[in-house]
Ligand binder design. Sequence first.
Ligand SMILES: Cc1cc2nc3c(=O)[nH]c(=O)nc-3n(C[C@H](O)[C@H](O)[C@H](O)COP(=O)(O)OP(=O)(O)OC[C@H]3O[C@@H](n4cnc5c(N)ncnc54)[C@H](O)[C@@H]3O)c2cc1C
Length: 506
Amino acid sequence: MEPIDILIAGSGIACTTTVIALFRKLIHSPAQQTISISIIEKHHEFWTGIPYGNRSSVNALTITSIADFFTDEKERELFFEWFKLNQQELLTGYLVNGGLTASEWLQRNKIAIDNEDWKSVYLPRFMFGRYLNEILKGLLKIVEDRKLVKLTLINAEVINAAPVNDQYEITLEYQDKTQSKLVVRKLVIATGSAPVINITVDDNVTLINNLYEPTVNDNITKLKTALASVTNAANRNVLLVGSNASSIEFLYLLAGLPHITGLINKLVVVSKSGLLPYHILDKELAHYPTESLDQLKENGGYDIKTLVAAAMQDINEAVKDGVIIPHIDRIISYTFELMAPLGEEARKKFIGIYGMQLSNLFRRSGADYKGGEAVLHQTQKLTLLKGAFVNVESGFLNYTDPPTGEQNKYDTPFKVVINCTGANDLDKSSSRLIYSLVHNGIAKVNLSGKGFYVNENFEAAPNLYIMGPLLGGNMNSRIHFWHLENASRLIYLAPFLAGCLLQDFF
Ligand SMILES: Cc1cc2nc3c(=O)[nH]c(=O)nc-3n(C[C@H](O)[C@H](O)[C@H](O)COP(=O)(O)OP(=O)(O)OC[C@H]3O[C@@H](n4cnc5c(N)ncnc54)[C@H](O)[C@@H]3O)c2cc1C
């Protein structure tokens, strides 16, 4: 059988933006031959990934304002052109499907939308998913009509990739557990962030180990059923492990579901910081204080560790009342300025290790999500607990106190545990594909532990390309980000990857 020219594992926006860029390049090229492209997706829905399709709630909003969702001016303009054209239908449909949360969201955001004040609007994410789908389908028709592409979509999980000469033999597993193999010339791994660290609990506790699997709505139903089955209302306690973007998103969704929050007795969020993401403050200041970095510069004689410590102090000061993005930008760019004399190795360590630690200090959220958190605080059911999760035994949470490391037991037993922890290290990944790439020595894990080393052509090995969050922690002339959990960066990188993938075809 002829090998497939390009195969992409995973069909989230890392894949979709790449395919759009591939099609755009092909349409404007002198290409005559047909390129075969296969997309393999383990979920039944293609092109939207976890955040922008049915696995998320229709009420889930963009993490950043919709203006900041795009860094590329052209891409931003194209989106708003489409949005304005479809606004009426999108908003009407949203009100039908989104219930109370949608109507309240529209009430809060109507004036900003009418005024096109996009810096203050956090749009329901499905709208971006719909946009990408329409762009893709329009381009697909052109490339298929001109016989430039033969596209095949396969609903299966890629579980292994083995190099054979300069190609890859990949193994697919279908829902009925049968398997098959394909040979591909160029393989792109676009499987999203590595799976979260698994949590296990006793049989009498309901565990939601992945909020988006199979879908958030299914998990909300699971939560409701579990709570309703507990006869003593005082025992209807829910533990959320981790306080990242998905935790605050879940709290926002719950705030719009009073029939479920009404069932909950206590909702505890345990995390190392004991804090949920901060408010984003849409303002600029005349001066952005950076006292610790100033002091460090004046004293001189610093190394990467003391530089990072000073940047952390300045960030902690800066976020006391909420996150002012230009202030954070100033601290980060100043940190890079001061890093320059420390050389290439220090920069690599920063991108691989410390950048993510700094980012964790200014995790942020828009006003809608913070409003959801406030609603839950008003019910007096929400507790933010500072502690590192250890386990849940007989329904009781064991956690360590972050500064002392002392282990404690939380005094309330839990009936439901929801895992909102971050991605696990790749060498321990529960993804069979990632595990096999690492342990068969095919791709090397970078300093971050959560991403693969790649060259400036996105290659972890010859003809093995990485796209999406698994690129985080790399530093080369093109890819230099400590995290790529970020749509605007993926939109930015996609045309470069498309260029690399097409290189050998013309
Ligand atoms: C809930 C959520 C909300 C987010 N919101 C925002 C936001 O508002 N703004 C922003 O900039 N970023 C956001 N992000 C960050 C996000 O990581 C990126 O925006 C982007 O969605 C990443 O796209 P992706 O295609 O790499 O990953 P994903 O969306 O995770 O898609 C990967 C796809 O690969 C499939 N897959 C995984 N393994 C396999 C396999 N072995 N075989 C076949 N298929 C496989 C998965 O089913 C999935 O569909 C959010 C992330 C999440 C999880």
